[in-house]
Ligand binder design. Structure first.
Ligand code: ZN
Ligand code: ZN
Ligand code: ZN
Length: 378
């Protein structure tokens, strides 16, 4: 298994565990049960990747100490976790023992337990059988209240990630040329993502020509042609685990389609206006509405087929979502993408994406490459 330990100050982790406990109590939850993943990493500073053997942080809402239940053979992967500083106990089990009974024994007689959103169904049902009287809920709604309000250290990590991905976009003329396939360009970009300071490339979208009209296209063997518009959406985690995610749209030589400049200008105006609308107190959906109104007024509303943005941190997609219907009031420390797009089926697509952070009185953009269509040599 691979374990990642983020090097977060133990005092910060201890405060997160305490806040998670009291948030659980406020929500009427007796205990949080958190499997490996970004929630676990957020709370204890590291996480492994075990699947069928139960690893689970048992975090009671009351004063009983938190316990990391884990398979004994996985224990070395958690050796760097500062158990003592966190007041965290470890309880290892071996193959043949029943880990669900072990967890049940720690819980007493709970009425409500909240399970981490990514817990495998295998364990959800195993725990249901071991604690049959307890209602199971998702832990996500409890933990997102913590995770979407980022502290200065988290913002600094996101800023570092943003600068690193900006450096990759700045090098695009090295990679993106007519006559190469999307996959070839994507492989070079993935290497550059690592070379510029990421741990790995989490995703690489090279959407050339008609493929750009599919927002989550990855790469294909399509050969890029002179005159293509190409959507490049790239990102990955830096050492602390915080992610970058930025999109720029390029043209390989002067764009073939005469509609590109005017259509792109609508998108640029929409993205700029949406970023400018970000400040504390503004509902998340207002930012979406600003972008959507500009694109719709220009006649492209039906070609903007996704929400305007998503929160980002230890996960590439997390709360808060910048979407119609989300009336959450933005607060300082919230970090999310602003990424409207226009997708013309069978023709081409364009998207502009920056990660922004809500400040005390406005907004800071963590991506700072130019927003104009970048015309590369064909
Ligand atoms: Zn996406
Ligand atoms: Zn993206
Ligand atoms: Zn994104």
């Amino acid at each position: 298994m691979s374990t990642t330990v983020s090097g977060v100050d133990p005092a910060v982790l201890r405060a997160r565990l305490d806040r998670a406990r009291s948030a659980a109590a406020d929500a009427g939850v007796d205990a949080l049960l958190i499997p490996p993943g970004s929630d676990l990493r957020y709370l204890i500073g590291g996480s492994g990747t075990s699947f069928e053997r139960l690893t689970c942080l048992v975090l009671p809402a009351g004063d009983r100490p938190p316990v990391l239940v884990l398979p004994k053979l996985e224990a070395p992967g958690y050796a760097a976790i500062p158990f003592d500083d966190l007041g965290l106990e470890a309880s290892a089990w071996v193959d043949g023992e029943d880990p669900y009974a072990l967890v049940a024994g720690m819980l007493g007689r709970p009425t409500v337990v909240a399970l981490g959103d990514v817990m495998p169904a295998l364990h959800v049902l195993g725990l249901r059988g071991a604690v049959p009287g307890a209602e199971q809920r998702l832990a996500g709604p409890v933990l997102r209240e913590l995770r979407m309000r980022k502290d200065a250290t988290e913002i600094a990590a996101l800023r570092e990630a943003g600068a690193a991905i900006d450096r990759v976009h700045a090098r695009m003329s090295e990679f993106l040329r007519a006559g190469r396939t999307e996959a070839e360009v994507g492989a070079d970009i993935a290497a550059a993502i690592v070379a510029e300071g990421h741990v790995r490339a989490e995703f690489v979208i090279v959407g050339s020509g008609p493929n750009g009209a599919s927002p989550h296209h990855a790469v294909s063997d399509r050969v890029i042609e002179a005159g293509d518009v190409v959507v490049i959406d790239i990102g990955g985690p830096v050492a602390g685990g915080y992610n970058s995610d930025s999109t720029r749209t390029f043209a390989v030589g002067e764009p073939r389609d005469a509609d590109v400049p005017a259509t792109y200008a609508v998108l640029r105006d929409a993205q700029r206006a949406a970023v400018a609308a970000v400040r504390p107190g503004v509902p998340a959906q207002h930012v979406d509405g600003v972008a959507r109104a500009i694109i719709s007024d220009a006649g492209f509303g039906k070609y903007f087929i996704h929400r305007t943005g998503h929160g980002i941190g230890l996960d590439v997609h997390e709360d808060p979502y910048i979407v119609s219907g989300n009336d959450l009031a933005l607060e300082p420390g919230m970090a999310f993408s602003v990424e409207p797009g226009i997708y013309l089926p069978g023709r081409w697509g364009a998207r502009i994406e920056d990660i922004v952070v809500v400040t005390q009185d406005g907004v800071e953009s963590l991506n700072n490459r130019p927003h104009e269509l970048v015309v590369l040599p064909g």
